[in-house]
Design a protein around this ligand. Structure first.
Ligand code: AHR
Length: 512
């Protein structure tokens, strides 16, 4: 037997066959009618020369299916609270206003064509194998408009005129939408309400929810978690106002942007401090999840209500969009892929608290997996992190203990320290998925991974890294940052690896 060598880091994994399941929905997506997300990013139109399936960009479908996309949240975002679903059905669709048109530069065509409506969205879900998560319009809509949308989506043909209308528009079978968001950011673009006002309106929206199958999962608007105080007052105010009422709240939405909108930080030109500032600010979401969860326990000791982080990602200031009309389209780098891995490790470790998360937003936007413009399409580094973490989807969360020296890091506010590695682990039968990130800019880490009891017998891995921390993929250089095979050595009962600096690794290990 080969000797076990001393490593920089020791990792002990405790499989828990009865542990919480890491829902596949923790790897969800968010797509909004905003800049180039829907129009061009996803919808190219049936007559386009760009390869498409019924108007939906084929490459987008293929790449989403490839990572096992579990869901799409749609149609917003802020757009949802100005969206009237009837505008997006039938042959004659009106041209309408889009909330985001106020941010569009002069000279940009800001018409919402409504070419992509509920049928097109549901076809996207079907083509990719995703579930639908719809956001209802609370701010400029009514409970009736919401309930009619539910009936249009979920009633059986012959039982309601709305279902017959859906069939006449091409879809006889009910869409079977389970996930419903009741409003979006109601403290801001979704109505500028206080939590008491929102709670009262929420109750009106859900009390007479039509009972078509499936049983709905109703998501209430929650806090802007990225605020310095984590917006705990919103959560408290909302649940205080719900005491004594019977309206169900299955999920509470949290929005957490790693918010660099008001800083000098740029997407692709940054130094070591910028690298660590973004990663550390992103990791603050763990505290946000814990604090809101603890607060919710006072109202709901059994935790019926779960958290839904339905918008997350790094948001840089304006100025680096791929084109003026592609609002918020950021050319993300390896740094944002590392941030993605940190976020997923946190979501995995808190799987019992989270029912869903949705990255904002999938294409041509803030924390995107792709950029697309006409016939050009490229995968950004975060895409590969979604691919690497697939092994955790629907797996059982395992305990993970990482013993590793802290890292001394530069930040904009001076030197600091942070944990030397991030990681999470899960099992499916005898297969163990372990994901680890080394944020160091210069030091590799030798790591020894073992089980609390039992042996690791086989292993393989993948790595995402680059010698230049600022690297991305572009239309001209689509494969600059890409996945590569990663060596796993089995010595004795454990796996030994060496993680390069600036790297995310995913291990698939077999347990005896
Ligand atoms: O994702 C972009 C915007 O960010 C969404 O429309 C809104 O909900 C949030 O403020």
């Amino acid at each position: 037997m080969a000797p076990v060598l001393a490593a920089d880091a020791e990792i002990e994994i405790t499989p828990r066959p009865d542990g919480p399941e890491i829902s596949a929905h923790l790897y969800g997506q968010f797509i909004e009618h905003l800049g180039g997300v829907i129009y061009d990013g996803i919808w190219v139109g049936k007559n386009s020369k760009i390869p498409n399936v019924g108007g939906i960009r084929k490459q987008f479908i293929d790449d989403m299916a490839r990572i096992g996309v579990p869901n799409f949240r749609w149609p917003g975002g802020c757009f949802a609270d100005a969206y009237h679903w009837r505008d997006g059905i039938g042959d004659k669709r009106p041209r309408t206003y889009n909330y985001w048109q106020a941010s569009a530069p002069d000279g940009v065509d800001v018409t919402e064509t409504n070419n992509f409506g509920i049928h097109e969205f549901m076809h996207l879900c079907k083509l990719t194998g995703a579930e639908a998560y719809l956001a209802a319009n609370m701010a400029s809509g009514s409970p009736q408009e919401f309930h009619d949308w539910v009936a249009y989506c979920n009633a059986q043909v012959g039982t309601s005129s709305l279902a017959d209308e859906r069939a006449a528009n091409g879809d006889k079978e009910p869409f079977g939408v389970k996930w419903w968001g009741v409003g979006n950011e109601s403290w801001g673009c979704g109505g500028d309400m206080n939590p008491q006002e929102y709670a009262a309106l929420y109750r009106r929206f859900v009390t007479q929810y039509p009972a078509y199958a499936p049983k709905p999962y109703l998501v209430a608007v929650g806090p802007r978690g990225h605020q310095k105080d984590m917006d705990l007052d919103w959560t408290k105010g909302f649940f205080d106002a719900m005491v004594g009422h019977r309206s169900p709240v299955d999920g509470l939405s949290i929005h957490y942007y790693t918010d660099f909108r008001n800083s000098a930080e740029k997407v692709a030109i940054f130094n070591a401090s910028g690298w660590f500032d973004v990663i550390r600010e992103g990791a603050r979401i763990e505290d946000v999840i814990n604090k809101h969860w603890a607060l919710m326990e006072k109202y709901d000791p059994k935790h019926h209500t779960k958290l839904i982080v339905d918008e997350w990602g790094v948001w840089y200031k304006k100025g680096e969009e791929i084109a003026p009309n592609y609002l918020l389209s950021q050319p993300l780098t390896l740094r944002d892929a590392v941030h993605t891995a940190y976020s997923f490790d946190i979501f995995n470790r808190h799987a019992e608290k989270l029912a869903m998360t949705n990255v904002a937003q999938t294409v041509n936007c803030i924390h995107s997996l792709f950029l697309a413009e006409g016939d050009k399409f490229v995968r950004l580094p975060p895409y590969y992190v979604f691919e690497m973490y697939r092994g955790h989807m629907n797996a059982r969360q395992a305990g993970i203990q990482i013993r590793c020296e802290d890292l001394k890091v530069p930040t904009t506010n001076g030197p600091s320290t942070m944990a030397g590695l991030s990681g999470s682990a899960s099992t499916k039968g005898k297969t163990l998925a372990v994901t680890l990130t080394n944020p160091s800019l210069d030091s590799p880490r030798s790591v020894s991974v073992r089980l609390a009891s039992g042996s690791i017998t086989e292993g393989r891995g993948q790595v995402l890294t680059h010698e230049d921390m600022t690297k991305s993929n572009s239309f001209a250089h689509p494969n600059e940052v890409h996945l590569a095979p990663f060596t796993v050595n089995i010595r004795g009962d454990r796996a030994e690896i060496s993680i390069p600096p600036r790297a995310v690794v995913a291990l698939e290990l077999k347990m005896s």
